[in-house]
Ligand binder design. Structure first.
Ligand code: GRF
Length: 203
């Protein structure tokens, strides 16, 4: 089973997926990593692991649609069974989302449906929530709104800052993302438009 990972930055989630793959725990192979930011550290992580690393700078395209068209071409060249968004900081066009509907996952740093969008940790802190976390979800046209496959919680403590909370949540991201990818590649997690099942149980 073939996986393409899209990133924009550090790629710590990508690293967790690479580590899982190296322990035969991913259920498939990462065949390419694509970044819209040519300097993303994650591209180096990919190269170090011997994975095809592709920079596709969105700035070189006139429109979101032109960029997404180029991205579709690069992705399809690698014939993936699954596309994994791992800190990919571009909003994708409906054309793109629908092309890969049912085989694209994202990880979001909140307990969805709470705190879609950006600065999730700062907003959770200022609301004084006791519990925060992260979610792996299917990507649909609704931003951060596709069915949630897997979540992990962290307790928010009084001394937490945006940075400390982010670090705690990211440690959980690195645990749950490889599990969700594996479940998908094994056919246990199935994504169908606006619904998802694990072992036949609707989520
Ligand atoms: C993660 O916190 C993820 O939840 C969000 O973007 C961040 C990416 O971090 N979507 P990294 O590039 O995987 O280190």
């Amino acid at each position: 089973r073939r996986v393409v990972v899209l990133i924009s930055g550090s790629g710590s989630n990508l690293q967790a997926l690479i580590d899982a793959q190296e322990h035969d725990a991913l259920g498939g192979e990462i065949v390419a990593v694509i970044s819209n930011q040519p300097n993303a550290y994650g591209l180096k992580r990919a190269r170090d692991a011997g994975i095809d690393a592709v920079a596709l700078p969105h700035r070189e395209y006139d429109s979101r649609d032109a960029f997404d068209g180029a991205l579709i071409k690069v992705i399809e060249r690698h014939e993936p069974d699954l596309i994994v968004l791992a800190g990919f900081m571009r909003i994708l066009t409906p054309r793109f989302v629908n092309r890969f509907l049912g085989r694209m996952l994202n990880i979001h740093p909140s307990l969805l449906p709470d705190y879609t969008g950006l600065r999730t940790h700062a907003r959770a802190l200022s609301d004084g929530v006791a519990v925060h976390g992260c979610s792996v979800h299917s990507v649909t046209e609704k931003l951060d709104g596709g069915p949630v496959a897997l979540q992990a919680e962290v307790a928010v403590t009084e001394d937490d800052t945006e940075d400390s909370l982010q670090a705690k949540v990211q440690a959980r991201e690195h645990l749950i993302y490889p599990i969700a990818v594996r479940w998908f590649l094994e056919g246990r997690l199935q994504l169908k438009g606006d619904t998802a099942t694990i072992d036949g149980v609707a989520l």
